[in-house]
Design a protein around this ligand. Structure first.
Ligand code: NAD
Length: 293
């Protein structure tokens, strides 16, 4: 059963070894550091732990992590900060740590980031490029992709789903239609010719869709939403959702019931989560290289 379980941590470690080497090479070649600037406008506890993970990982890879704490700042101040970072030649990549306070227009701030420093691939221009499949060569987009969607792709690759032929015509069901996970992932998998169904809060009879899924990705954040008995035999299941139940973190899928039916499944915690920050760092490296072209 063990080799059915896709662990993000071991995939992340392999990628990190390569990234560290690449960062060293780029710094030698261009005689400069790679730098990620993070803008924080909210005191949320989740953000604090996420940024600590990012900072530590960046440090271990040789990437500079510059935090700009602006808790409680106005929308105008945030816009000015992002514009300043856009013009700062020493900054290669910018991340806005989400969530932002309710009074701030998230879309406005994300779209202030220069598209070539948009490390999360959430700028309108970059999401638009995904729709138009700017590069037809697989895995060779000339911009970066949203980190969680990338982490899911990486794990699907570990399950043997890599090329367009692997995905072609596969019944693929994504639960969740957010801008950071469900929607970009749906486009990425459509570009690989999977037959994609996106379910969400408005979907009727979600069980019916799940029963057909050869590939199932869930990104909702409701523990046990997906019953193990609904999973198709041999399916590949990626559980992005996380929610706190008591003092434990749980995924959307009933793992113990599903694990005997699937060909591959991610655990929660330990599946997608540990890969996401690594994807962010890989995006910093990619943006740096695109800027030097
Ligand atoms: P979101 O709140 O923006 O979106 C949630 C989605 O779930 C929406 O599309 C909504 O329509 C859908 N939904 C809600 N209730 C539903 C139901 N009963 N049936 C079907 N669909 C339903 O969330 P998000 O930012 O996309 O994150 C989703 C989950 O993924 C969260 O648990 C979040 O913590 C987790 N997440 C994990 C990582 C990671 O790295 N592990 C990264 C991003 C998000």
């Amino acid at each position: 059963m063990k080799n059915k379980i896709l662990r993000g941590g071991s995939v992340a470690s392999l990628i990190q070894v390569k990234l560290k080497e690449e960062v060293r090479h780029l710094e030698d070649k261009y005689k400069t550091n790679l730098k990620l600037a993070a803008v924080k406008a909210c005191g949320d506890k989740g953000i604090k732990s996420y940024l600590e993970i990012q900072k530590k990982l960046a440090g271990s890879l040789g990437i500079k992590y510059e935090l700009h704490p602006l808790d409680g700042a106005s929308e105008d101040t945030l816009v000015r900060k992002v514009r300043h970072l856009n013009n700062d030649k020493s900054v290669n990549a910018i991340i806005i740590l989400l969530p932002l306070p309710d009074k701030i227009d998230k879309k406005k701030i994300l779209n202030e980031i220069s598209p070539d420093k948009d490390v999360e691939g959430l700028h309108l221009q970059n999401l638009g490029r995904l729709i138009y499949r700017e590069s037809r060569r697989e895995r060779n987009y000339k911009f970066v992709l949203p980190c969680t969607a990338e982490a899911v792709l990486e794990l699907l690759g570990e399950a043997g789903l890599k090329t367009q032929e692997d995905f072609r015509g596969k019944n693929t069901v994504i639960i969740g239609h957010s801008e950071i996970v469900g929607k970009p992932l749906a486009l990425l998998l459509l570009n690989k010719l999977a037959t994609v169904t996106v379910c969400h809060i408005g979907t009727k009879n979600i069980e019916e869709h799940i029963r057909r899924a050869e590939i199932l990705v869930s990104a909702v954040g409701k523990a046990g939403l997906i019953k193990g008995k609904w999973i198709k035999d041999g399916a590949v299941v990626i559980d992005v959702g996380t929610s706190k139940v008591g003092n434990k973190i749980r995924g959307d899928v009933e793992f113990d019931e599903a694990v005997n039916k699937v060909s591959y499944i991610t655990p929660v915690p330990g599946g997608v989560g540990p890969l996401t920050a690594t994807m962010l760092m890989r995006n910093v490296v990619k943006l740096f290289k695109l800027q030097k072209k």
